[in-house]
Design a protein around this ligand. Structure first.
Ligand code: ATP
Ligand code: MG
Length: 468
């Protein structure tokens, strides 16, 4: 007998009894059953999927009535219903046969048996179900050897993978996503089918692709998934700029590092340090513009001058295409891409306070994340070098703290307002006001005058004649 928490057991019993009362079979299916056999902590469960032979909507309505719960949403066109019960999303669907027309994303959906429904699931490990009707409560249905695949740690489609992927090409992304989350390998036939069918991903919406991609990005070791996305040819279908990072050139015996594998190391480093989704995206994007800026110089070897600025310029375009947000989160990533080389330029002891102050001003609240990205960017295999670079960044961080304590540059606001300047110059709005403001900002950042209203105002009086 299955050993699940009492509150889930009682809920499942109620669902089974309700289904019995309307002469329907009901099963819990998918993630809940899979995760049970993986011993995943129960606290991580947010949604539970149920499949019934008959109408999913009708069953959900009956259950909502019994639970005295009115938080039910019905999606007639899909034949599904969702009940929000305490902290759980309970999803109900009628068993169905499903197949897709080659030229369209819209499936032809018909009522089917449990068997039909299991045949159209994405993976064997997701096609496990327990019956909930009294009499067969807790009986496992495992038509495709999902339990064995869980034990063997393998991701595999229930039926011929080409058929599974042809019906819904997103399943190729899902196979890789689950392999990455669970650290499973992908069965050879399934892997070969993905390689063959990868171009079919083009019929899938960017939102669905991004959903799976972000789940890969949020795993503890995202490189595992990106490696598979690359090997199968899926990555170039939606993110060709990243694939372009691959490869090493050699000239006069000098080689540069492979920027694809380097980027993945940086991404893993950020993930290991607990970085959130957006710091991870900054890691993915930080060197994205290296290929077009690559040059060979006989004195210094390989260079990528300007890849930081160009990468920042590409960021909105790539975010739009991938369906990522274009709001402050994009601006955050863009800023880190643009500034990711700056802390390296500050390691020398000769660097002035003013250079440090400028970086704090430009990075603002993102200064700590920028330093985290820079540390993750150290991927040398030479331990001595890594130690040296980390020590350098320790010094930069120490100086950032010192300068910040004195000047509070992080959320800097010009202590003189546009109105102050207009009053002193005795003029109205115009481009000159901006120029004077910049002049004052530079004086403060360069340490010529202290960062306060009194000093800034005195300075304004000094320079005003130049602008009259
Ligand atoms: P998790 O919620 O932990 O990501 P899950 O297995 O519950 O994992 P969902 O996306 O919630 O994943 O889907 C629920 C179930 O529906 C899956 O287990 C799978 O059986 C089925 N499923 C979801 N999407 C597809 C799809 N595109 N093709 C086939 N079956 C799918
Ligand atoms: Mg789920």
């Amino acid at each position: 007998m299955i050993d699940i928490p009492k509150k889930h057991k009682e809920l499942f019993e109620l669902i089974g009894e309700t289904a019995d009362s309307i002469d329907q079979q009901v099963y819990v299916v998918g993630g809940y059953v899979r995760d049970y056999y993986l011993n995943k902590p129960i606290t991580e469960i947010t949604d539970i999927d149920f499949v019934t032979v008959g109408s999913g909507i009708h069953l959900a309505q009956e259950i909502a009535r019994k639970l005295k719960n009115n938080k039910i949403s019905i999606f007639k066109q899909f034949g599904t219903a969702q009940i929000k019960h305490k902290k759980l999303d309970l999803e109900f669907v009628g068993a169905r046969k499903e197949s897709y027309r080659r030229d369209s994303r819209k499936p032809i959906v018909e009522d089917g048996t449990l068997q039909d429904d299991q045949l159209r699931r994405d993976l064997t490990i997701n096609a496990l179900s327990w019956c909930l009707n009294p009499g067969s409560f807790g009986v496992l249905h495992d038509p495709f050897g999902g339990i064995k695949d869980l034990q063997d740690k393998v991701v595999r489609t229930p039926i011929d993978p080409e058929k599974t992927f042809d019906d819904d090409p997103l399943r190729m992304m899902r196979a890789i996503r689950f392999a990455t989350q669970l650290h499973f390998r992908i069965d050879d036939d399934t892997m070969n089918a993905i390689k063959k069918m990868a171009p079919r991903l083009s019929i899938i919406s960017k939102e669905r692709i991004l959903d799976e991609l972000n789940k890969i990005v949020m795993t503890p070791q995202p490189s595992f998934g990106f490696k598979l996305l690359h090997e199968t040819g899926l990555l170039k279908e939606f993110f060709p700029e990243m694939v372009n990072l691959l490869g090493v050139d050699e000239k006069n015996g000098q080689r540069h590092k492979d920027n694809f594998w380097h980027t993945l190391e940086v991404l893993d480093n950020v993930a290991e340090a607990g970085g959130d989704l957006w710091l991870r995206w900054a890691a993915i994007m930080h060197d994205i513009a290296k290929p077009p800026t690559k040059r060979f110089d006989n004195h210094v070897g390989w260079t990528f001058h300007g890849h930081d600025a160009l990468g920042a310029k590409w960021t909105p375009k790539i975010f739009r295409r991938l369906g990522l947000p274009l709001d402050d989160r994009m601006k955050y990533v863009q800023k880190l891409v643009r500034l990711h080389l700056r802390p390296i330029a500050l390691v020398s002891d000769e660097v002035s306070d003013s250079a440090i102050r400028r970086l704090i001003y430009e990075a603002g609240n993102e200064i700590d994340d920028l330093m985290a990205l820079c540390r993750a960017d150290i991927t040398s295999k030479n331990e001595w070098k890594v130690k040296k670079f980390q020590n350098n960044f320790d010094r930069v961080e120490k100086r950032i703290q010192e300068v910040e304590e004195i000047d509070e540059m992080r959320n800097w606001k010009n202590p003189v307002s546009g109105q102050d300047i207009m009053d002193v110059l005795n003029t109205g709005p115009g481009p000159v006001i901006g120029r004077v403001k910049d002049r004052i900002k530079d004086a403060i950042l360069d340490g010529e005058i202290p960062n306060n209203h009194e000093a800034a105002h005195q300075y304004l009086l000094q320079i005003k004649d130049q602008y009259l």
